[in-house]
Design a protein around this ligand. Structure first.
Ligand code: F6P
Length: 353
């Protein structure tokens, strides 16, 4: 068997661990030939690829990023933009030229939507869920999330000591797109006093009231805000619009906006820190290394069993799979009855309601 593998969308800690696991399992257990396609689906158009074997994946388990490179704007069905040309036939002839029998696609909801279309064109595909945002449907966890949460927790730990020393309100803004998973778990892990997520619109006055109360008691406040969080009477804070991207809105900046809204209402100084891509870079946590390895191994099993058109998922403690079509282009917000939300409220953490 000749199997291609690519990474699509934004990078994420653990991508290399999946590439390694898929490659080693297919070679050791399936005597397959494995080819890495470079820069996501773009490599299927440009022809950039490289052979993968034991030596090629040696030493990459703990490396951040992706040795294959990635692309978050390349959709061969709309090549660079919604009105872009359909160059999928070109990609399919590349698949035939290389003699690929199957493709393992590691990515988020957008990448799975593209993978699903290739499956419909007759290219056997297996998906592996990747995103620090943890917002893919049908999987309890995507790899990369734990690593992002660890960064947020450490940042809050550090912000806490300086907030306490200066008697300040410190705001940490996380990534996460339209879901609050990173801010919620990172905020809980870093003992934030206020956690603001997109699923629960906030009142600026409520947040100000918490800060005022804490000015008089603890003397400082730690706020963790997701980039997609928004006030009840306001919209998203958009950093940029990338016209030729399948997901054109780039969020970011809500922390600074919130700081400017809170400052006139408080005596203490308010400072905002944008954690940004620091959450996506660097080495995966041990949990993510193991999860990515399990996902990669499971993907290789699906390929060997010819169970195509499926994406690996984590259900409880177990790896399983679902049809890619059920995941493609859909996202999973934090459910309003998620127990951790209730636990947060119970501990006196404000959600800005
Ligand atoms: O989906 C992962 C993610 O890191 C989001 O949390 C964030 O909104 C987005 O990607 C940022 O994308 P870019 O790297 O293109 O700015």
């Amino acid at each position: 068997m000749h199997v291609g593998i690519l990474t699509g969308g934004g990078d994420c800690p653990g991508l290399n661990a999946v590439i390694r696991a898929v490659t080693l399992a297919l070679i050791n257990e399936g005597s397959a030939r494995v080819t890495g396609i470079e820069r996501g689906f773009l490599g299927l158009i440009t022809g950039e690829h490289r052979p993968l074997d034991g030596a090629a994946v040696a030493g990459i388990l703990a490396q951040g990023g992706t040795i294959l490179g990635t692309h978050n704007r390349c959709d061969p069905f709309h090549f660079f933009g919604a009105s872009g040309a359909d160059v999928s036939a070109q990609a399919m002839s590349r698949v035939r030229e290389w003699g690929l029998d199957a493709l393992v696609v590691i990515g988020g909801d957008g990448t799975m939507a593209i993978a699903d279309k290739f499956q419909a064109l007759g290219l056997p595909v297996v998906g592996v869920p990747k995103t620090i945002d943890n917002d893919l449907c049908h999987t309890d966890r995507s790899f990369g999330f734990d690593s992002a949460v660890a960064v947020v927790a450490e940042a809050l730990d550090r912000l806490e000591t300086t907030a306490r020393s200066h008697g300040r309100v410190m705001i940490a803004e996380t990534m996460g797109r339209y879901a609050g998973w990173i801010a919620l778990e990172g905020g809980i892990a870093g003992a934030a006093d206020v956690i603001l997520i997109p699923e629960v619109p906030y009142h600026v006055e409520t947040v100000a009231e918490i800060c005022r109360r804490r000015e008089a008691s603890e003397g400082y406040t730690l706020i963790c805000v997701a980039e997609g969080a928004h006030p009840i009477a306001g919209g998203l804070t958009v950093r940029a619009t990338i016209a030729d991207s399948p997901d054109p809105l780039r969020l970011g900046g809500v922390g600074a906006v919130l700081a400017s809204q809170l400052q006139p209402l408080l005596n203490s100084e308010v400072r905002a820190t944008l954690l940004g891509h620091v959450q996506r870079g660097g080495s995966p946590t041990p949990y993510d290394r193991v999860l990515a390895t399990r996902f990669g191994y499971h993907a290789a099993q699906l390929v060997r069993q010819q169970r195509f058109g499926r994406m690996v998922v984590l259900k409880g403690e177990d790896c399983d799979s679902v049809p890619i079509a059920e995941v493609a282009g859909r996202t999973r917000p934090v459910p309003l009855d998620y127990p951790l939300l209730q636990a947060a409220r119970g501990l006196g953490v404000s959600l800005g309601e």
